[in-house]
Design a protein around this ligand. Structure first.
Ligand code: ATP
Length: 590
């Protein structure tokens, strides 16, 4: 992943770290040489002044050592800064490339996936992973650098006494195992608590966001939400506190063992210097490299276990990338018929939402003929929206089949099928974009075609809304960004309906995006819809019979099946549910 993000930066980072890795031993070695040289020189009968010493030929070697150590110090500073800079850039590139990959992968997945709570948990963990855990890369590279330093320092120690290293490692193993154990515990806690964490985020957002502020204020919901947040977060806090306390307690014990090992070795070094086996320079070199080794190894062992913990989290990211969509195009898809000749046919179609016991649609059979305008009516939950989703292959039926011009919908290319549909759902998205872009999303490739956007706006009556905006088509709408202007519910709907006209759709579908339109607007919108869909298939869903009656044919849905079908007049004559619902509504106006 790092390589894919930026090969050049990655190589630069590794090269710099390799250089940094060998600097400590070089600095220590020159330190030792300087001290031994000073000890040697101070035993000589030399000049009495500093200037004399500086000019004396005996001290030339010392000068050289000093210059080398100074050079090393400057180099080390430069390397640290440039490698910090490169790592920061690389981490940013990695965050960008992972986030892009995450977005691209999410786009391939099924709607069904997004509605699944477990999937949302995983998505949440993957999302955190893509932005918050990029330290992992720095850690891994740091570990490589430290390992090289350890190898060089250990090489130095080995020359003096191999036992010293064994002592050091033995002292650190318990600490390492302890860390690994507590990291695994933290991960398990985080993993198991993902649903709660999502709920926490949800509650916090509901209590403090522009979308909910109105209702939260009116209903006085803040104390309820705050309490809920407190209760949920309290139990998470208690669980993570227990782990943190245990970690601190055991960690202190293990560090004590490490310190004992260190001082045993230190005592040996001092003893050997006193008995003359080691020089004073050796003493500083060994004590320095020992101290350094100890902190390096300690750091390394801890970072190994925390890398392992991070890798556990990374698993979620890769797990997310492994989720595969089920609604796919066949290997050799049929070309989309242009124009559609016969139309769509539902044959005994049954569909159950994932995890649901009840069938949302069952034994549904009907035809949507080419060029026909079909209205769907039925009470709430009758299955109207589900039918539309099945038509666009947002879901595949569990039973029966849907045919387009006599061939199963699954034989066509999904993308081609969807791009032939102009659907506006009742819960269409209110994009915080300009008015023009809010319409252009219907066919984003034609975003720069202002004439097309304006024509679409005229057709849906959105042009009148846009005329009233301070910056017209370039007006930012929605309240999220500066200079944004909020629209009324009906005004938003007119803008959304224009999206359907942006497409060269074979099938136009309005799934009740007109509920907030005033009576005159809805009438006009539907009348235009009918005119503009002439020669194309169209489906409209509305609870207003004044609009529904404009359709060529009406399907009455009930309990996920087609109960009756016919023209407005035919259905009234049957005196069934349609006539009953129509009468109910008509009575309200009398
Ligand atoms: N995403 C979903 N997951 C699970 N069940 C769902 C989902 N969407 C709808 N349902 C269920 O499927 C049934 C049919 O819903 P559908 O949205 O098709 O009804 P509708 O006729 O469009 O209703 P309305 O007039 O209220 O828009 C309902 O009982 C509903 O509870």
């Amino acid at each position: 992943m790092v390589w894919r993000a930026s090969p050049l930066l990655m190589l630069a980072s590794l090269a710099l770290r390799l250089l940094r890795a060998v600097l400590p031993i070089a600095a220590l070695w020159f330190g030792k040489l300087i001290i031994d040289e000073v000890v040697r020189l101070s035993g000589l009968e030399g000049p009495a002044t500093l200037a004399g010493w500086a000019a004396a030929p005996e001290s030339q070697r010392l000068m050289l050592y000093l210059a080398a150590e100074f050079g090393l110090a400057v180099l080390s500073d430069l390397l640290t800064r440039s490698s910090g800079l490169i790592d920061a850039l690389l981490a940013q590139r990695l965050t960008i490339s992972t986030s892009v990959r995450l977005m691209q992968h999410a786009a391939t997945l099924d709607l069904e996936d997004f509605e699944d709570a477990e999937f949302q948990d995983r998505l949440e963990r993957a999302r955190i992973q893509s932005s918050g855990r990029m330290t992992l890369m720095g850690q891994l590279f740091g570990q490589m650098q430290d390992m090289v330093t350890v190898a060089t320092l250990a090489g130095g120690l080995l020359v003096y006494n191999p036992w010293l290293i064994g002592l050091l490692i033995l002292a650190l193993i318990p600490a390492f195992l302890g860390e690994a154990h507590f990291n695994a515990q933290s991960y398990t806690l985080d993993f198991n608590r993902t649903p709660e964490r999502r709920e926490l985020d949800y509650v916090r957002q509901t209590a403090a966001s522009a979308d909910t502020a109105k209702e939260v204020k009116i209903f006085g919901l803040n104390p309820f939400l705050t309490d809920r947040y407190r209760v949920l977060s309290e139990s998470y806090y208690r669980a993570s506190r227990r782990i943190a306390q245990n970690r601190a307690l055991w960690g202190a014990g293990f560090t004590g063992v490490g310190t004992i090992g260190y001082y045993l070795a230190y005592a040996w070094i001092i003893g050997s210097t006193l008995t003359g086996r080691l020089s004073i320079g050796d003493l500083t070199f060994l004590a320095g490299s020992f101290l350094r080794l100890r902190s390096l190894l300690e750091g390394l062992l801890f970072s190994f276990s925390s890398t392992a913990a991070q890798a556990l989290y990374l698993d979620d990211l890769f797990g997310f990338f492994e989720v595969k969509p089920e609604i796919l195009s066949p290997p050799h898809p049929l070309p989309m018929p242009q124009p559609i000749r016969e139309g769509f046919r539902f044959e005994d179609v049954g569909f159950r939402y994932p995890g649901a016991e009840r069938w949302a649609v069952r034994h549904m059979s009907f035809t949507l003929k080419a060029g026909e305008t079909l209205a769907l009516v039925g009470e709430n939950g009758a299955g109207k929206t589900t039918l539309v989703k099945l038509l666009c292959r947002l879901y595949d039926p569990d039973e029966g089949r849907i045919l387009l011009d006599g061939r199963d919908l699954r034989d066509y290319d999904v993308e081609a099928l969807r791009s032939a549909m102009g659907v506006i759902f009742q819960d269409f998205v209110r994009y915080n974009l300009t008015a023009a872009d809010n319409i252009a999303v219907g066919r984003i490739a034609a975003r720069d075609d202002r004439a097309r956007v304006e024509t679409a706006a005229k057709r849906s009556l959105a042009d009148r809304v846009i005329e009233g905006l301070p910056a017209g088509y370039d007006q930012m709408i929605g309240k999220r960004f500066r200079n944004g202007v909020e629209l009324s519910g009906g005004e938003w709907q007119k803008i959304a309906i224009a999206r359907a006209y942006m497409r060269d759709a074979e099938v136009l579908i309005l799934d009740e995006p007109t509920a907030a339109l005033d009576a005159r607007s809805e009438f006009e919108v539907f009348q235009r819809f009918k005119e503009l869909s002439a020669g194309r298939s169209a489906v409209l869903i509305s609870h207003r019979f004044s609009s529904v009656r404009m359709a060529d044919r009406i399907l009455v849905l009930s309990g996920g099946a087609v109960e009756a079908a016919g023209t407005h007049a035919e259905l009234l004559a049957q005196s069934g549910r349609y006539a009953e619902l129509f009468e109910l509504q008509a009575a309200g106006y009398r």
